[in-house]
Design a binder for this molecule. Structure first.
Ligand code: IVH
Length: 801
């Protein structure tokens, strides 16, 4: 049977549509049709191909789901060998300069003269792949193997949605693309979560997961693995009429053919240009959605590449410049638990020191009990430790083959049964610091010490938080001093800090030294060093007039971070109002949800906390910027809005408004006889009645009303003049020449602007300084205006500096 033309045409049309939609979705990240539409067309093509197998083509999108399992992979000879590149092991900028020097030397360019043009790329941490396109159609994909012979993994590679099965535009008749198959970190994490949920073992890292998926004999399994791809070069080529003259031109062309090419690439002028790229990417690395282990520099002009040629199977025109490894192997010496400010108990692995991510690591967090169990980390284990960017080092996984084993009791030479030498980890039942019960509430992942401020570990952490740089910023109050002040009982609560005298501190030091068996240097020479103590007393005194937001943040209220503290300070202006505010009043503020509002209200409802705050004020701590509440309250104090956040079932915004018309104040609601109300549906009334019957609710409404009236009364009569940046959102990135981040933020906020942490279409300006990273890239890609410090100052109406 021959297939009628309309059916052939429809199949071709479906293939073209699916190619286009797939490319938009997977490569451009900009889908133009809903997923359901893609699925519908996909199923239609599947049905056509099932009915007419002769319609199947080697570029059909239906191949993306994988095919019959293979008995083994077929060998593939690479016409152009897949070589590797030399690795520059000097991880400093000097590595880039050394490469430039060697290129100049080979080309006999001397020291002076024009810089060599390079292209700099990322070094992706995945698996090298060759993709052979004939007449624009992907006909074969192969691994690198030994560089000369690889394995045919076409079926598997076709499942990678980012890889076009047919190239766009005028592709040359023969084009072999080289690139890297990798797995994004978020895809990896999500996949591992699924693996575990299905009772399978988790993968150790994205590279192993990607390599394993590509070398799967059953391509339907590969199809379920979230693989990605970046093209970085070419192999065999024929008939390319407009063949580019530079490597950067080549990459642009590959991009034009619909292949994913990483946008994070740049042409660079000479060694200095390479250093700039290296530094920029080092700053960007932790924010990239995938792993890289360095950057790659290539001489851009293909003619020069040919001139430079190869040496012992490595090109002279390219080099890989590594970054310090983010992962390393070490052994677990012990598993301890730490007690945090909120009592959270965190298991911590004590490690044999290992150099990773640029520092020597001796501890790594194990997050929580479930994590330790899931990863089954035990004492004696060899583990993979990861430290990316500034994040806390973590244990990624265990190398099970190296777990120390002992013979089972009763085992002999003929039955060499073995069991792990150490037992699985279990949380202690009592807090290791204060002995209080450790509790883990239902549904919670975090176990907590129930000792509260009775637990000295929690007290220490609370003081450490209070004194922190972004909180009260008490200079000189280091960790050791806090430990000693608490352990030797000079300080119970934060207010005690402000009562410390020079004599207290010197005595504390003497007692601590005695306890630790240390003879202070200065005592040996017969004098008492007291400079540190004087400095500390000064540092404490200097912290007495904090900004209200910093003081609020310093209190360590659960769920109150820097930005919520700032919101509270901006809106209320006065601590006295905040400490009395009922939850609904907090709840109407921007970005304050029910959990946060309740947590703040609960904190201040606790007499101990109020006492601690009174003690602080009595010790002379006083916010420096107390001011009248924001005029924005006029809108927020709308009674209908307040009703809507009370959490009363069935009281929708519409019903809240109707209720506010009937009962225009919370006090009126508190006193109302609901049964006698007209104009609201019976179920709403019933729900209201039930809510009012709850102990404390009527009282809270009265309190809410009193606070509402007090706030309204304290509002400034006239609206203040709006700043020049009113309503504008700015993002800061990189280091500005003269302004610190805090200073820049303060200037922007003083002008009425808002500072946000991430760039989006809603961002009005990005203020970029030196070593600006991904935020700048994102701003440029979204077309967001970018300013430098001078530009910011100009915007603020200051004289340019
Ligand atoms: S170019 C002849 N560019 O690094 C030059 N390789 O030894 C061929 N790699 O396993 C390689 N990112 O798969 C090149 N942007 C990049 C790369 C890159 C990662 C891998 C490659 C190979 C190794 C090079």
């Amino acid at each position: 049977m021959t297939v009628s033309d309309p059916i052939t045409a429809r199949a071709a049309e479906l293939r073209a549509l699916l190619h286009r939609y797939g490319h938009e979705y997977y490569v451009l990240d900009a889908p133009t049709v809903p997923d359901a539409e893609y699925d519908r067309l996909f199923r239609e093509l599947e049905a056509l191909e099932a009915a007419h197998p002769e319609l199947k083509t080697v570029d059909s999108p239906t191949l993306r789901v994988g095919g019959k399992p293979l008995p083994q992979f077929q060998p593939v000879q690479h016409a152009v060998p897949m070589l590797s590149i030399r690795t520059e092991t000097d991880v400093t900028a000097a590595g880039a300069l050394a490469f430039d020097a060697s290129v100049r030397k080979e080309l006999a360019l001397g020291d002076a003269g024009a810089p060599v043009q390079y292209i700099a790329e990322l070094k992706f941490d995945g698996l090298a792949i060759s993709l052979r396109y004939e007449q624009g159609v992907l006909i074969r994909a192969a691994t690198r193997g030994d560089g000369v012979t690889g394995e045919d993994v076409t079926q598997n590679i076709r499942t990678i949605r980012q890889i076009p099965l047919r190239l766009h535009g005028e592709a040359p008749p023969l084009l072999e693309v080289r690139g890297e198959v990798y797995m994004r970190r978020d895809d990896f994490d999500a996949m591992n979560e699924k693996q575990l949920a299905a009772g399978n073992k988790a993968f150790v890292n994205p590279r192993n997961a990607a390599a394993g998926a590509v070398r799967q004999l059953d391509s339907t399994i590969t199809a379920t693995r979230p693989l990605s791809f970046f093209a970085y070069g070419v192999g065999e080529l024929a008939g390319w009429i407009s063949e580019p003259q530079t490597h950067s031109g080549l990459l642009d062309a590959l991009d034009g053919f619909g292949l994913p090419v990483c946008a994070e690439r740049a042409q660079a002028q000479g060694g200095a240009g390479l250093v700039t790229f290296h530094d920029r990417v080092a700053g960007l690395r932790a924010d990239l959605p995938f792993d890289i282990d360095g950057v790659v520099y290539k001489v851009d002009a293909l003619a020069l590449q040919r001139e430079l040629g190869f040496r012992s199977r490595e090109p002279r025109w390219a080099v890989a410049h590594k970054f310090p490894a983010q992962e390393a192997l070490t052994t677990v010496e012990a598993i301890d638990v730490q007690v945090g400010r909120t009592g959270a108990i965190t298991p911590v692995a004590r490690l044999a020191p290992v150099f990773v991510g640029g520092v020597t690591v001796t501890n790594a967090t194990l997050h929580n009990e479930d994590e330790v169990r899931r990863k089954d980390v035990r004492v004696g284990d060899t583990v993979i430790v990861r430290r990316a960017g500034d994040v806390i080092p973590e244990v990624v996984g265990v190398v099970l083959e190296r777990r120390p084993m002992v013979a089972e009791p009763g085992a002999d030479l003929f039955s060499p049964a073995q069991r792990p030498q150490y037992a699985p980890f279990a949380l202690p039942a009592a807090c290791p610091v204060c002995g209080s019960h450790v509790v883990r509430e239902e549904g919670e992942t975090i176990a907590r010490c129930s000792g509260g401020l009775f637990c000295s570990a929690q007290r220490k952490e609370a003081i450490r938080h209070f004194a922190g740089r972004r909180m009260m910023d008490i200079e000189g109050l280091g960790e050791r001093y806090i430990d000693n002040l608490v352990e030797l009982e000079y300080v119970h609560g934060v207010a005690d800090l402000y009562r410390l005298t020079l004599d207290d501190l010197l005595e504390m030091k003497r007692r601590a030294d005695e306890r630790d068996g240390v003879v202070a240097e200065t005592v040996k020479v017969g004098q008492i060093a007291s400079k540190w103590a004087e400095n500390l007393i000064e540092g404490i005194a200097a912290s007495k007039r904090p900004l209200l937001a910093r003081l609020l943040f310093a209190l360590g209220i659960r769920h109150v971070g820097e930005s919520t503290a700032k919101t509270l300070a901006d809106w209320f202006g006065d601590l006295a109002l905040i400490r009395k505010a009922p939850a609904p009043l907090l709840r109407v503020l921007p970005d304050v949800g029910a959990t946060v509002a309740d947590s703040i209200a609960d904190f201040f409802a606790e007499p101990k906390n109020q006492q601690a705050l009174d003690a602080l004020l009595a010790a002379g701590v006083e916010p420096a910027d107390t001011h009248a509440p924001s005029t924005g309250w006029r809108e927020k104090l709308d009674v209908a809005e307040l009703y809507a956040v009370l959490g009363i079932a069935k009281l929708t915004p519409l019903r809240s408004r109707q209720l506010a018309e009937l009962l225009p104040t919370p006090a009126a609601l508190a006193a109302a006889d609901i049964a006698g109300l007209n104009g609201l549906p019976a179920d709403v009334l019933a729900s209201l009645q039930a809510w009012l019957a709850v102990d404390g609710h009527r009282g809270m409404l009265n309190e809410l009303d009193a606070q509402r009236i007090a706030l309204l009364a304290s509002l400034p009569a006239q609206a203040e003049v709006a700043g020049v940046l009113a309503g504008k959102t700015l993002v800061l990135t990189g280091t500005l020449p003269t302004l610190s981040r805090d200073e820049a933020q303060a200037l922007i906020e003083a002008a009425g602007g808002k500072v946000s942490g991430s760039v989006s279409k809603k961002t009005d300006y990005v203020v970029a300084g030196e070593a600006a990273g991904s935020k700048l890239v994102k701003a440029e890609s979204l077309g967001v205006a970018v300013l430098d410090e001078a530009g910011l100052r100009a915007l603020l109406g200051e004289v340019e500096v």
